[in-house]
Ligand binder design. Structure first.
Ligand code: ADP
Length: 189
């Protein structure tokens, strides 16, 4: 299926969708935030989520921070979603790109996987991801998109409870980078 700004494929019983847009506007059970380990908010998608969702998200992040001292890279924590249409925000911390030899690929994989785990714990069946680490954190999007797609595909083959996983990219360029995965992605890994 394709309307130019949206592509989707079905893997098992899960719909994988690529859409260009604003993640704060998605009508899904949970959206993922590309947070930083302080959990205190930042720019990019993090700033957009806190602005659109209102102050309760930051209050919950602060409470988590007091309890566990932030969120390590590759891990994820969950808050409610304030004024957003989603029910939950899953805050995950992607790696800062340091040239590729600092375990960045594994850490990015962990960020996706742990976000999927949190969604499962919350019984969320529809989930939207931004392109984690490919903004300020500088992870090359060609590599990051493949990791994102492969990690989600592997996960839903094991846990088929998700109805939809949506990749929400902000720019036309990012949409073009992700697109081939949604055209060829149903094939072997
Ligand atoms: P990171 O620090 O993990 O790199 P950024 O927020 O800087 O995170 O960027 C991650 C991606 O999110 C970038 O591709 C950026 O363009 C995109 N982005 C920024 N705002 C939004 C938004 N409102 N909805 C979806 N994606 C967004």
């Amino acid at each position: 299926m394709s309307d130019g700004r949206s592509l989707s494929i079905t893997i098992g019983s899960t719909l994988l969708t690529l859409t260009q847009g604003d993640i704060t506007q998605q009508e899904v059970d949970a959206i993922v935030n590309a947070a930083n380990s302080s959990l205190l908010g930042g720019g990019g998608v993090d700033g957009a989520i806190h602005r659109a969702g209102g102050p309760s998200i930051l209050e919950e992040c602060k409470a988590i921070r007091e309890k566990q001292g932030g969120c390590p890279t590759g891990e994820a924590v969950v808050t409610s979603a304030g004024k957003l249409k989603a029910r939950f925000v899953i805050h995950t911390v992607g790696p800062v790109w340091k040239g590729g030899s600092a375990n960045e690929e594994n850490l990015l994989r962990n960020a996706y996987r742990n976000s999927l785990e949190k969604a499962r714990e919350k019984s969320a069946t529809t989930l939207a991801f931004p392109s984690i680490s490919t903004g300020v954190y500088g992870f090359p999007i060609e590599r990051a998109s493949k990791i994102a797609f492969a990690t989600v595909r592997e996960y839903i083959r094991t846990y088929p409870h998700l109805h939809e996983v949506r990749f929400v990219v902000f720019s036309r360029h990012d949409f073009e980078v992700y697109s081939p995965l949604f055209r060829d992605g149903a094939g072997p890994p």
